[in-house]
Design a protein around this ligand. Structure first.
Ligand SMILES: [Mg+2]
Length: 130
């Protein structure tokens, strides 16, 4: 049996975190959750090399998703972890900014569980992780 893949979910809205976690666990992913950027970076470090993908909210108090993304992609150890941004803004400039900072994808809120799972699976397959 294939090893379970671990996904980190980071969002300051508990409802989003809980819902996302439930969907991911239905598809047999292992999940770790937190609600701020600082903790996200700490978890990535502690669990290294366990986390394959991070679903990362952009708008959070404290460290923003942009800052977390920059931090991860600027670190040789963590730059290959896939980062998918959760953004309420579907503005082109945000998508461009995400790409420039090295994001591997983005999901616009609100999203359906079905679309989320489809997106995650597709990305993991493309990157040879699944
Ligand atoms: Mg937020």
């Amino acid at each position: 049996m294939a090893e379970k893949k671990t996904i980190l979910v980071v969002d300051d809205e508990p409802d989003i975190v809980n819902l996302t976690q439930k969907f991911l666990e239905l598809e047999n992913y292992d999940t770790i959750t937190c609600n701020n950027g600082k903790e996200a970076l700490k978890i990535v470090e502690e669990k290294y090399p366990g986390i394959v993908l991070i679903l990362l909210d952009v708008m959070m108090p404290g460290l923003s998703g942009w800052e977390v993304l920059q931090n991860l992609k600027g670190n040789d150890l963590f730059k290959d972890i896939l980062v998918v941004l959760f953004t309420v803004k579907s503005f082109n400039e945000d998508i461009q900014k995400g790409k420039a900072l090295g994001a591997d994808g983005y999901i616009t809120k609100p999203f359906s569980g079905k679309d989320l799972l489809k997106y995650v699976k597709k990305l993991l397959k493309e990157k040879g992780i699944l």
